[in-house]
Design a protein around this ligand. Sequence first.
Ligand code: SF4
Length: 290
Amino acid sequence: MRIEIDRNAGVCPGVLRAIRLCEDELKKNGELIAVGPIIHNSKEVERLASLGLKTVAQEVFETNGASTENYQEKRLFIRAHGISPILRQRFESADCELIDGTCPVVLRSQKWIQKYAEAGYQIIIIGKPTHAEVLGLKGAAPNAAHVAMTIEDLSQLDFQKKTMVIAQTTINQKKFEELTHFLKLKVSNLVIKNTICRAVSSRHENLREFAASVDMVLFVGGRHSSNTNELFQICLSRNPDSHLIESPEEIQSDWLKDVKAVGISGSASTPLWQMEQVRAHLLSLDSTPI
Ligand code: SF4
């Protein structure tokens, strides 16, 4: 059996940067609390926990102001998705030390939102309303920003206002095009910022080719990650014999029947070590590797 790891797979630069920063801080100073899971990948979160990282759900901080004070003077880690300026302010007022792993691409989006909101624009964020990055983006201009995922969401808005539309960095390109096309027809003063992250979107075509080049795909990623689900659907569209797994133990031996070439890929939040583990597991199941 031929086993190939997708050379374009692996953690995106923003999340990788956050993980390295977190590891360095844990080595230097020990105790550190992450504001929400650093990565949508339970195995990697467990690995970081074994190094001393404690994770507290972001909702705890977002929905209950009082609990922020419980973290008075603690060291808090901000993940790549970022947080809203309001939450940042609350942490600063509680004298927390902030270790900032916000991805520079996300920070740039927050700055654009603030700049256009200050200039009197209505802001539309195309994204999932509950996604942590979107909460942070909306929080950059809470009175001016709206979140939309469908044409119906957009229909509630005032098209007479000058408008800036921006994307959640991991949103589907077609979804963004569909909604911005609608807005172009309705809004005369429209600024479009396509902030879909190239580290994610550039993978789509490569992944289609990769999935088509093997008999079966094992796609490794967290089931709660939107990027995992989107990339897995791309695999399925090119290779119906694709399986989403979180760990090697989920591989069923009957999946391997008559399979001569297995491709292993993963999402923007799947570290290489997890794909290597899957390869090692496959080798242990197969007595005739090529
Ligand atoms: S997907 Fe892109 S924007 Fe999001 S964290 Fe990774 S590099 Fe940054």
